[in-house]
Design a protein around this ligand. Structure first.
Ligand code: 5GP
Length: 184
C-alpha cells in the first residue's frame, strides 16, 4: 500500500488491524527521527544513518529508498519469515520502493491511496500537527511527484493494480479490505 504522506494510510491500516484481519504488518526501517508517539520495533526499526548504510552494503534490504532526505527500507528477514509462515503481509511503502518490488517480480496486490486533492492533503497534514511547516511543504511536493509516478508502468504493466481516492475513511477501509480479499 502506498500513498502520499497524510492521505490516511495509517488510519486504514490501523482500522484493518483493529478489525482483526489476519495479516502480518511488516515493520520497516528508517533513519527518520522517532516521533513521540512512535515505538521502536513497532512503528519502525529506527536506525542511525551509518547502521542503515551498513545494512544496505550487507544486502539486508529487499528495497530501500530515500524520502524527504531520510532512508526507508524493507528488511528481508521479517518478510522471509512472513512468507515462510504463509502469512498475508501488508507493507506500507512509498513509490520508489514499490517500483523495486515490481522490478523484482514480488507478487502481491499493489494499492495506491490518493487524496481527493493536493489542497485537501495539505490541510490534513496541517491538522495532524506532527510535521513542521517546512516538512509539510516537502511532503506536499513529494506527494505531487508520487501521484504522477503512481500512474507509471513497469515492464509494460501498471505499477499499481488499483488507485483508491480517499474521500471518506470507512469507504476506503472497506474498499482496501475487499481488494486485498481479506476474510476474517
Ligand atoms: P513517514 O515518515 O511519514 O513515516 O513515512 C514517509 C514515507 O515513507 C511514507 O510514504 C511511507 O509509506 C514510506 N515508507 C515507510 N517505510 C518504508 C520502506 O520500508 N520502504 C519505502 N520505500 N518506503 C517506506
Amino acid at each position: 500500500i502506498s500513498g502520499p504522506s497524510g492521505v490516511g494510510k495509517d488510519s486504514v491500516l490501523q482500522a484493518l488491524k483493529l478489525a482483526d484481519y489476519p495479516f502480518y504488518f511488516v515493520v520497516t526501517a528508517t533513519t527518520r527521527p522517532r516521533r513521540p508517539a512512535e515505538r521502536d520495533g513497532v512503528d519502525y526499526h529506527f536506525l542511525s544513518r551509518p547502521e542503515f548504510e551498513r545494512r544496505i552494503q550487507a544486502g539486508e534490504f529487499l528495497e530501500w529508498a530515500s524520502y524527504n532526505e531520510r532512508f526507508y527500507g524493507t528488511l528481508r528477514a521479517p518478510m522471509t519469515a512472513a512468507i515462510a509462515a504463509g502469512r498475508v503481509f501488508l507493507l506500507e511503502i512509498e513509490v520508489k520502493g514499490t517500483r523495486q518490488l515490481r522490478e523484482q517480480g514480488i507478487p502481491g496486490i499493489y494499492l495506491f491511496i490518493a487524496p481527493p486533492s493536493v489542497d485537501e492533503l495539505r490541510l490534513r497534514l496541517e491538522r495532524r500537527g506532527t510535521n513542521s511547516k517546512a516538512d509539510i511543504d516537502a511532503r506536499v511536493r513529494i506527494a505531487v511527484e508520487e501521484i504522477a509516478a503512481a500512474q507509471e508502468r513497469v515492464g509494460g504493466k501498471p505499477l499499481y493494480d488499483h488507485t483508491i481516492q480517499n474521500q471518506d475513511l470507512p469507504t476506503t477501509i472497506a474498499r482496501v479490505a475487499e481488494l486485498i480479499g481479506l476474510r476474517r
